[in-house]
Design a protein around this ligand. Structure first.
Ligand code: SAH
Ligand code: SF4
Ligand code: F3S
Length: 469
């Protein structure tokens, strides 16, 4: 049994990261034959992509996917720790599964992902949740077949969570959700340690994949007809800094662009590591989409300092203006946290004034949630939750006004759209190059292709359009 330790997880070593190849355990190969599985995913794109690996590994050992959780023989929760409500959702689901297990004694329940990396959660799962059969973390996801084998064959609880990252494992099987757009990991972990954030603890130190492994994965996707890749990392701009090969994000973007994949996106960019060279490459290659997610978190220099974000409001604005001026038509979205401990009305007004200046094209806004083990969680906080909720409401009113303004700018224009499928109203939907959601009528045969659509109506969160031509 291996339980995580937060103190260990916080430490960073200079040790070189080793890359190894995924290896299927022969023992486990047939253990799932005749059985079904269901995976529930919480959290960010990284977790969604991890789930694509988890599903493929389960299928390799014989399990088949079902869409109704009640019909599954094995249920796996891929969890997220970023805020309290993500925690609550996962524990709520566990309550439901415990109930299900009372009538279905053979049900196997697994918990993985970022919550499993938390010392207190792993201990609670061990001591208080008899219904859980196996637990593993983000650092040993590739061990799933072995862990399922152990849980099934030895009939005992299996807990294997490592506090520290190990090797980078290449060629883990993947069952992609989609046959035209794909996620590709480029860098794991995070070394920024923003004071409110748990990710550096749950995902370990910053580790870049070798460029050739990334490029080869993208080339395979091009070969299979994929139209779009999203390069993933908690801070993609730090790509390459941990490799001694003098190769950074701008080099990677250029090499990925040269594979001729029609669309390239990347998330998330930390303003600190965003270089002029990157801006030049994004501008130079038409297949790098003119859309950047650039989280600001706050507009108050006092709060930015307490958050450990490493830039001032003025530096953020300089970068923001540079991107807008150098890359024509580029849209920019952001993340904002309200109610960081002792955020004053003045601090909050600074955030609103930054929003009024930047007029973001999109944004995610959150109320600060204290996370165990982080530096900010130790700060005393005098601001009431009512006050924080009011601020979130006010912030969203400002943000929404600018989303609509941004969407109105493309009214009557013709925009390129990767068609993703049908919405619940039966219309086709997809995203523009600038990451605007658009709905329109059309035939099924264009799903998975890029088409030109004329914008006929602009709303706050989406556009309506009609196919051009
Ligand atoms: N690596 C990305 C963010 C990953 S988490 C970056 O640095 O931009 C996604 C967003 O969740 C963050 O941008 C932040 O706005 C929010 N977030 C992170 N920790 C939080 C916390 N403790 N409470 C509230 N929101 C949080
Ligand atoms: Fe968290 Fe900051 Fe790292 Fe983003 S950069 S994952 S907010 S510590
Ligand atoms: Fe959540 Fe882990 Fe992603 S905490 S946001 S699933 S990296």
């Amino acid at each position: 049994m291996n339980l995580p330790d937060l103190t260990q997880a916080r430490k960073r070593t200079k040790e070189k990261v080793v890359t190894e190849l995924y290896n299927t355990n022969i023992n486990a190969r047939h253990i799932g034959i005749g059985k079904t599985y269901y995976v529930k995913t919480y959290g960010c794109q990284m977790n969604e992509h991890d789930t694509e690996n988890l599903k493929a590994m389960l299928e390799e050992i014989g399990f088949q996917e079902v869409i109704d959780v009640e019909k599954a023989d094995l249920v796996l929760l891929n969890t997220c720790s970023i805020r309290e409500n993500a925690h609550n959702k996962a524990f709520g689901m566990l309550g439901r599964l415990k109930h299900l297990k009372e009538t279905k004694k053979d049900l196997i329940i697994g918990v993985c992902g970022c919550m499993a990396q938390e010392e207190s959660v792993a201990t609670e799962l061990l001591n208080k949740h008899k219904e859980v059969n196996f637990v593993f973390g983000t650092h040993n996801l590739h061990r799933l077949p072995d862990l399922v084998f152990e849980a099934l064959s030895k009939d005992k609880k299996v807990i294997e969570v490592f506090s520290k990252e190990g090797t980078i494992v290449e060629k883990i099987p993947v069952k992609r959700e989609n046959s035209y757009k794909a996620y590709v990991n480029i860098i794991y972990g995070c070394d920024k340690f923003c004071t409110y954030c748990i990710v550096p603890f749950t995902r370990g130190k910053q580790r870049s994949r070798m460029p050739k492994n990334i490029i080869n994965e993208v080339k395979d996707l091009v070969h299979d007809g994929y139209q779009e890749v999203t390069l993933l990392g908690q801070n993609v701009n730090a790509y390459g800094k941990d490799l001694d090969i003098n190769y950074g994000m701008e080099d990677l973007l250029r090499d990925v662009a040269k594979t001729n994949i029609p669309r390239i996106r990347f998330v998330t960019s930390h303003p600190w590591d965003f270089t002029d060279k990157m801006i030049d490459v994004i501008k130079e290659y038409p297949n790098i989409m003119p859309y950047i997610h650039l989280p600001v978190q706050s507009g108050s220099n006092r709060i930015l300092k307490l958050m450990g974000r490493r830039y001032t409001k003025e530096e953020y604005i300089t970068l923001f203006d540079k991107i807008r001026n150098k890359i024509p038509g580029c849209t920019i979205s952001t993340d904002i946290i309200v109610g960081f401990p002792n955020e004053t009305e003045e601090d909050f007004k600074e955030t609103l004034s930054l929003v009024d200046y930047c007029k973001f094209d999109g944004a995610y806004s959150f109320i600060y949630s204290p996370r165990e083990g982080t530096a900010a969680a130790k700060l005393e906080d005098k601001i009431s939750i009512d006050e924080k909720e009011k601020r979130l409401y006010t912030l969203n009113e400002h943000l929404n006004k600018y989303f609509l303004e941004s969407n109105k700018k493309v009214l009557n224009k013709i925009v390129p759209v990767l068609v993703e499928g049908r919405n619940e109203k039966g219309k086709l939907f997809g995203y523009t190059d600038t990451f605007k959601l658009i709905n329109f009528n059309g035939e099924d045969n264009i799903i998975g292709t890029i088409v030109n659509v004329k914008v006929t109506d602009s709303k706050t969160w989406s556009l309506d359009g009609e196919i051009d031509g």
